[in-house]
Design a protein. Structure first.
Lengths: 343, 335
């Protein structure tokens, strides 16, 4: 195998970015509102240069109001979940680990359900409550999952699974005892859905904020990737080579959890992507985390944008939750790739 | 023309928000579009054009109301589930109630979208449309009286206030006549079955609970939840006089009866032994004019002696198969 130079990483990412761009264009074109590619280009061009009044208002609504924000949110969520999944798989040394394995999504869901019950319809509260729920779960699992003063993969995994099932049980309890129409939104939330509108009219600022958080957390994981590669060959060896194993694990744990909390707060629990995308990227590009993290980010973005495009169009005009689509499409794709590799 | 009207309204939205006056007048492309600010049934402020020509309905009860008002020519689109009257199925659809396609709604160029907040539609859908600058009026009919108010509001928004007043007066007269008939009669205690397995019934704050009271009935279950799940043991304890199913379950009351008799858990219930099982139209759960038919139908079935010699007139409102007298069949089987 060729050595992994920064140039090779940039080249592979460039190709994936091009693929993402193609998928975004396709997604922009698809939908129940009939709009041609040239009209989309015209709308994007004039919109980007501030000539909003020259665009037919419905084109502006469909492109800038509906499709682009949703695509951007899909890119964010897909990238965050896949990087988090890759991070947890390394941290827990378990190929079955996904972003939700440590209960972060259940904690976020509990926060969301409580906010829907006690403060329905207050903009931003559900996202905030979900993030608080996720953060509380991250902290409790961290304290439960330590052994001898540092994170131990097996203990952490057990603590996370127990926390997840306990929180899920609480969600079930609340869903059956509480009432109110607000809770019907929970079904979409639990399944994962990108159609929920952003909590503020300033969609651009909201997206920039979310991408800012993503960049910080994903950047922290990326900064540890050389150490992570060594840790994966063996913690003892890595320690002898001067890697601060304890710190690397803590950084990966916190960053991956924040990424999961971020994704879950805005879109609910979209399954499969965080589990499958890192594996697919490993099959294609190998196990080096310096390449795996960026390719997972772009691959996850591609996967969610594709899945959401299908979710919007297969039974149009009714929309499916994107989580249903990722689960429906994810499993067969993964099995196909796995079997092909075995052969 | 509709496109430009929508464009003009879209342009005035940020402006109107800063105006303290409740009416904004806009000049755009030598055309005057006037919008008025109204407060919808959920307390939201909505800018609605004075002249509404294209309505998109997001709920079956709203679609039915629009047809009952004779405004179907203004109905630009409805949902996949709008089936009453049958002609509503031919209108362009915008998807399901819980997750309609916002794009499909925008594509129909509506100047007013009517939603049923807190029942058919989600608040998120209403908010998302409003954020896109679409005029969305959310109805919130929680009672029969609330339904009358919604009819009045919808008709006046659509410029058909007179039709609305007339329709409400007709429906009110029927309800009043029914109440005269049922006066002095004790409420019948019923178990209303929303779903059989698991057994789900209604809470006291639901729309159906209110409709039951107008039919001279009352749910035996007292619950704050809207759709409580019930153990069959609790049904035994509560001893409902009648068990009420809706049309979607298994068709006729007779079929329902024999079905229940075949089940060990249900056949021991007193109401089942007595044949006190009725199956009524699904309209009972739809805040629309057809609800009054369902209320009358249920009243006839639960209080047959309040309508002496009138069974034929009651049959006008519902399909024949749910008119079978289960009471008699029940007796013949029980003995």
């Amino acid at each position: 195998m060729r050595p992994l130079t920064p140039r090779r990483i940039a080249g592979i990412c460039g190709v994936l970015f091009a693929l993402l761009f193609v998928v975004v264009v396709i997604s922009l074109r698809m939908g129940t509102y009939p709009i041609s590619v040239s009209e989309i280009v015209m709308t994007l061009f004039r919109g980007a240069f501030g000539h909003r009044d020259e665009i037919p208002s419905e084109f502006w609504l469909v492109v800038f109001g509906l499709r682009l924000p949703r695509i951007a949110l899909g890119i964010l969520v897909g990238a965050a979940l896949s990087v988090a999944g890759a991070g947890f798989q390394a941290l827990l040394r378990n190929p079955l680990a996904d972003p939700y394995v440590l209960g972060v999504s259940s904690g976020a869901a509990l926060g969301a359900i409580l906010s829907l019950t006690f403060a329905p319809h207050v903009p931003g509260v559900i996202q905030l409550a979900a993030f608080i729920g996720a953060a509380a779960t991250i902290a409790s699992v961290y304290f439960l999952g330590r052994r001898g003063g540092q994170l131990d993969s097996a203990t952490l995994l057990l603590a996370g699974i127990v926390a997840a099932s306990f929180l899920s049980a609480m969600i079930m309890f609340l869903m059956t005892t509480l009432s109110g129409h607000e809770l019907r939104g929970m079904a979409f939330w639990l399944m994962g859905d990108l159609s929920t509108p952003p909590p503020t009219p300033n969609v651009l600022e909201w997206l920039l904020f979310l991408f800012g958080v993503f960049a910080v957390a994903a950047g922290m994981i990326y900064a540890t990737t050389s150490d992570l590669n060594l840790i994966l060959t063996g913690e003892e060896e890595a320690r002898h080579l001067g890697v601060n194993v304890r710190r690397v694990k803590l950084v990966v744990y916190i960053s991956a959890s924040v990424l999961t909390g971020l994704a879950v707060s805005v879109s609910g629990s979209i399954g499969y992507v965080g589990l499958l995308v890192p594996h697919v990227m490993r099959m294609i590009f190998g196990t080096d985390y310096r390449l795996l993290i960026p390719t997972s980010a772009i691959g996850g973005a591609i996967a969610i944008v594709l899945a959401d495009t299908l979710a919007r169009t297969v039974v149009a005009p009714t929309e499916l939750p994107v989580g249903a689509m990722t689960a429906l499409a994810g499993a067969p794709v993964f099995i196909y790739l796995m079997r092909r590799r075995v052969r | 023309m509709f496109i430009s009207a929508v464009a003009a309204i879209g342009a005035v939205l940020p402006m109107a928000a800063t105006l303290s006056a409740s009416t904004a007048r806009v000049h755009k492309a030598s055309q005057i579009v006037t919008v008025k600010q109204v407060t919808d049934e959920t307390g939201r402020a909505v800018l609605v054009p004075f002249k509404v020509n294209r309505i998109v309905s997001l709920a079956p009860n709203i679609t039915e109301t629009i047809y009952a008002l004779g405004l179907e020519s203004k109905l630009a689109g409805d949902t996949d589930y709008c089936d009453t009257p049958a002609a509503a199925k031919l209108k362009p659809h915008v998807g399901s109630m819980l997750n309609p396609s916002l794009e499909a709604i925008v594509a129909l160029h509506p100047d007013l979208v009517l939603a049923a907040a807190n029942s058919a539609n989600r608040r998120e859908t209403v908010d998302a449309l409003a954020r896109l600058g679409v005029a969305v009026y959310a109805t919130d009919s929680r009672t029969v009286r609330g339904m009358f108010e919604s009819i009045t509001h919808i008709s006046s928004l659509a410029g058909a206030a007179q039709q609305g007043t007339a329709l409400v007066a007709r429906l009110q007269a029927r309800i009043d006549a029914l109440q005269t008939r049922l006066a002095e009669r004790p409420l019948v205690h019923v178990l209303f079955v929303v779903w059989e397995d698991p057994l789900i019934t209604i809470g006291q704050n639901t729309f159906i609970a209110d409709a039951l009271r107008w039919s001279g009935a009352e749910s035996v279950v007292i619950a704050k939840q809207d759709w409580p799940q019930l153990a069959l043991e609790e049904v035994v304890r509560l001893e409902p006089e009648y068990i009420v199913f809706t049309g979607s379950h298994s068709g006729s009351s007779a079929a329902q009866m024999s079905d229940l008799r075949s089940r060990p858990m249900w056949k021991g219930l007193r109401a089942v032994e007595l044949g006190h099982v009725v199956n009524i139209s699904e309209e009972i759960d739809r805040p629309a004019p057809g609800l009054i038919d369902a209320i009358e139908e249920l009243a006839h079935k639960l209080h047959p002696d309040a309508f002496p010699g009138e069974n034929t007139s009651a049959m006008n409102h519902a399909p024949a198969d749910i008119r079978i007298d289960v009471g008699e069949e029940g007796k013949s089987c029980a003995h």
